[in-house]
Design a binder for this molecule. Structure first.
Ligand code: GRF
Length: 186
């Protein structure tokens, strides 16, 4: 059974999708810890409610980026995950973090990478007028929203789409894509 750590910063709907698929027996994994860098992240409240080992490691409480990351790594070392799922985790990982868990960190991004890395991917897609966008689950390397692609799911961009309506349709596919990627590895 795959031991999975989840790192998040916000809503946590991808985390919920992973949780639900485990509950339904569709993904053979055990979530061994959930870490949020934000105390107010709805996702971390869900984690507590569902009985997971849940940790708030607030980056604002640490003097340096390195010190914050060290604490995250300390919690992870204890939890011994096989894989780490970044699920809306809004912190860049240092090269040494990536090295420590090389090819074992997954991220989801709301575009068809390598198009539109970085923030506001859905707004970037609208601004460029692309007709197809989607989402990507990939292994994390040292670069932002880069690394080997595991799963992509395409979404049609409609003429009347806004960044928000497109984001909502992409999100539905994100939830399927994340579970699909984890199933490939499990
Ligand atoms: C998703 O759109 C994901 O692609 C991006 O951040 C968002 C997180 O949403 N990296 P949620 O917290 O999983 O609901």
């Amino acid at each position: 059974m795959m031991r999975l750590a989840v790192l998040l910063s916000g809503r946590g709907s991808n985390f919920q999708a992973i949780h639900d698929s485990i509950q339904r027996g569709e993904l053979h994994a055990e979530i061994v810890c959930v870490i949020s860098n934000r105390p107010d992240a709805p996702g971390i409240h869900c984690a507590r409610k569902w009985g997971y080992d849940a940790y708030v490691i607030d980056h604002k409480q640490f003097a340096t980026r390195e010190a914050h990351e060290e604490e995250v790594l300390r919690v992870l070392e204890k939890a011994q995950p096989d894989y780490i799922a970044l699920a809306g985790y809004m912190r860049l990982l240092s090269a040494s973090f990536v090295e420590r868990y090389r090819n074992r960190i997954l991220n989801i991004h709301p575009s068809l990478l390598p198009a539109f890395p970085g923030v506001d991917a859905q707004a970037q897609a609208i601004a460029h007028g692309v007709k197809i966008s989607g989402c990507t689950v990939h292994l994390v390397d040292e670069h932002l929203d880069a690394g080997p692609i595991l799963v992509q799911r395409a979404v049609e961009v409609r003429d009347n789409d806004t960044a928000d309506t497109l984001a909502a349709r992409i999100l539905v596919e994100e939830h399927k894509a994340y579970v699909e990627a984890l199933r490939k590895l499990s």
